[in-house]
Design a protein around this ligand. Structure first.
Ligand code: WTA
Length: 660
């Protein structure tokens, strides 16, 4: 490890700025290495120290890690705490009551500041309102909300009373929402009348109504509706109530419910390689520790920082780095309702200047689309804005290509700001592999090294470590505090998805391919090794989309693959066989449009295939297996060089090559 600086001198490497190193929480590579060594020497002792120093415990834990029921690991199990207490009361007790917790910028640019004291009062009122609705510790609450202060308040309020929230991204369809409400067994749904995005009002409550009317949701006793736009909605008497009316009569004091460290803080659904989304269950203690620690380690958060994570609270990034992490460390953060391109593609840069954002965390897809916009319209180029407040930049959700990295580094960061390319997943709870801004020399396109105390490695199919320079499967060899605890209601699937018996049943399989640099050991992520696509940083299962397509009465068969895309990382391509004869020309165009909208209704607009091609059949082996690797080649528009002699129907390839 000591060799990293010298080896990297030969490559295109960006050392952290001295000023940043001098005051960083982890200052210089030796400090990073010392933490790694401490964790190596006494793994449990290391994590116990972090948990004691970074969280306020109502009842201290005496046990650290329990591996007896692997892979159902527990951390700090006999300790008790409350996540909302740690995020709010603790800050006020430390004298931060008048500090801004949230600067909310609405779609139309209106800014609302919420101090820690205000936020606690709002969370307490909402928590009391939930209690008045009969919500108890352990009950599940589905949150289907726009980006808003109220969305964060709803999550924190659940945490305050020990209810387990499950946030569903506002872009999911009624059907997806219905499935998640049923799987979670929710007793309450929190939503808004509409959401404002890019100057347009989009319905939310109407989708909730549709979802609940689909059946199976009898356990939902109340729907709480935040009046965002005042748009027209139907309110069902006895079930639906306006949030503003509900909280008005509630006390702004609510005693936190102390829960065990393993108490499920939330369930968040994510796509896997089979059709049904997985309800990833997270703990309270281990998860919150990670949220707090990575704010300090990865973002080196300081009292005067203005932090902005552009993710939506419907995804894990919005959970850990909006709803919990920034508050757990007493930071000021921006919460943004709108989209990066409204009123123009300079919105992000304008907001950084307006709020003097110092730590900015976004996704490669956003960067790539803003590069295009800046090339087309010089007025929205980041150079037109005062971005001098920035000190650290972050990237998340998908691989960032070196070109986009360089543009981000030079044009947004002015060559002064380290980029933390953070690799992690819904299941990991927070960052796992990432540069540290005051320590790690950066190489564009590499997420560099694992955090101290996380045993990341690359193995082959038999679980053997592969040497540096050789690709393999990314794994985490020891349990870590913020890891997924189980798949809600499906412990067997948890075991088979993440702890395959071929690897011994105890090692966490991430589902990504990776390779380490021969000399430095730096990790580069090579994308998913399963049937999961990453479109604009959104995880999507190919089988999920295939199931949606074949649910349409005109579709006989469908196969979905990914194709590299300059802006969205990957794009969805669907090969479809209809029950009727193969359409061509205008009819094919019309049917492709219908099927795209159909998928939008079944799953959500983010799952709409970019390209749909119709065939008389799909390329299959003689035993009837669809040859997806050939479809991937066709989707890319490349020539097929592989052996096709095992194909039952080789002529089909020519047909599928023709775009509609
Ligand atoms: C991908 C998002 C490369 C990866 C936090 C992972 C990345 C999946 C990176 C998880 C990165 C995330 N570089 N790939 N820095 N970060 N990924 O659950 O394939 O929505 O498995 O969590 O995104 O997506 P998820």
């Amino acid at each position: 490890m000591a060799a990293i600086e010298s080896v990297l001198q030969e490559q295109r490497v960006f050392a952290p700025p001295q000023a940043l190193v001098a005051q960083a929480k982890i200052s210089g590579m030796p400090a990073y290495e010392a933490l790694c060594a401490e964790a190596d020497k006494d793994y449990e002792g290391f994590w116990a120290r972090q948990a004691r120093e970074n969280l306020a415990w109502h009842k201290p834990f005496t046990r650290v890690l329990d591996e007896t029921n692997a892979p159902f690991y527990t951390w700090f199990e006999d300790g008790q705490l409350n996540a909302s207490y740690n995020c709010l009361d603790r800050q006020i007790e430390a004298g931060l009551g008048d500090k801004n917790a949230i600067l909310f910028e609405a779609d139309d640019g209106t800014v609302t500041a919420v101090t820690y004291r205000d936020l606690l009062a709002r969370v307490s009122r909402f928590a009391n309102a939930l209690k008045a609705k009969g919500v108890k510790k352990g009950d599940r609450v589905v949150i289907y909300m726009p980006m808003s202060v109220e969305g964060v308040v709803a999550m924190q309020a659940c945490a305050r009373i020990g209810a387990t929230h499950s946030v569903v991204f506002g872009g999911f369809s009624a059907k997806s929402l219905n499935e998640r409400v049923i799987d979670a067994g929710a007793v309450v749904v929190v939503t808004a009348d509409e959401q404002m995005r890019g100057g347009k009002a989009l319905p939310l409550k109407a989708i909730v109504d549709e979802a609940l009317a689909m059946g199976g949701c009898e356990h939902v006793k109340s729907v709480i509706v935040y009046r965002r736009t005042g748009g027209n909605v139907t309110m069902q008497a006895g079930r639906d109530e306006v949030l503003q009316d509900l909280v008005a009569g509630q006390s702004d004091q609510c005693e936190p419910e102390w829960v065990g460290a393993e108490h499920p803080l939330f369930i968040l659904y994510t796509s896997g390689s089979t059709g049904k989304p997985k309800g990833v269950q997270h703990s309270t203690g281990g998860y919150l520790l990670w949220a707090s620690l990575t704010m300090q380690w990865t973002f080196d958060i300081k009292p005067d920082d203005v932090f902005w994570c552009t993710a939506d609270i419907g995804w894990i990034t919005g959970h850990t780095y909006i709803a919990y992490g920034p508050l757990a460390v007493g930071a000021t953060q921006i919460v943004f309702e709108g989209v990066p391109t409204y009123p123009n593609a300079g919105r992000f840069w304008e907001m950084i200047a307006r709020h003097k954002v110092s730590v900015f965390y976004t996704a490669p897809t956003a960067i790539r689309s803003l590069i295009k916009a800046a090339e087309q319209t010089p007025a929205v180029h980041p150079k037109q804005y005062d971005l001098s407040s920035l000190r650290i930049l972050g990237s998340v959700g998908e691989p960032i290509n070196p070109e986009a990295w360089m543009w981000y580094y030079e044009n947004v960061g002015g060559g002064r700001c380290p980029i933390v390319d953070t690799w992690w997943q819904t299941e990991t709870g927070g960052h796992v592999i990432t540069p540290l801004p005051g320590a790690t020399p950066l190489v564009p396109g590499s997420c560099t090294l694992g955090l101290p105390g996380v045993a990341v490695a690359i193995v082959d199919e038999t679980g053997q470590d592969v040497p540096n320079g050789q690709g393999g499967m990314l794994v985490i060899k020891r349990p870590w505090p913020s890891m997924i605890r189980t798949i809600w209601g499906d412990p067997e699937r948890y075991k088979s998805s993440y702890f395959p018996s071929e690897l011994g049943g105890k090692i966490y399989l991430a589902g990504d391919g990776s390779i380490r640099d021969i000399k430095t050991g730096y990790f580069t992520i090579m994308g998913r090794i399963d049937d999961v696509l990453n479109v604009s940083g959104h995880r999507m299962g190919t089988m999920e989309i295939e199931s949606a397509l074949v649910a349409n009465p005109i579709v006989a068969e469908a196969a979905v693959v990914g194709r590299p895309d300059d802006t969205t990382g990957e794009a969805i391509v669907a090969f479809v066989v209809l029950k009727r004869s193969r359409p061509t020309g205008d009819e094919a165009k019309q049917l492709a449009l219908e099927l795209r909208n159909w998928v939008g209704k079944e799953i959500g607009p983010i799952a709409k295939p970019k390209d749909i091609r119709f065939g008389d059949n799909l390329p299959k082996t003689r035993s009837g297996k669809i040859m997806r690797r050939l479809l991937r080649v066709i989707a890319k528009g490349e020539e097929i060089t592989q052996d096709t002699s095992t194909l039952e129907n080789p002529a089909i390839l020519e047909q599928l090559k023709q775009a509609q």
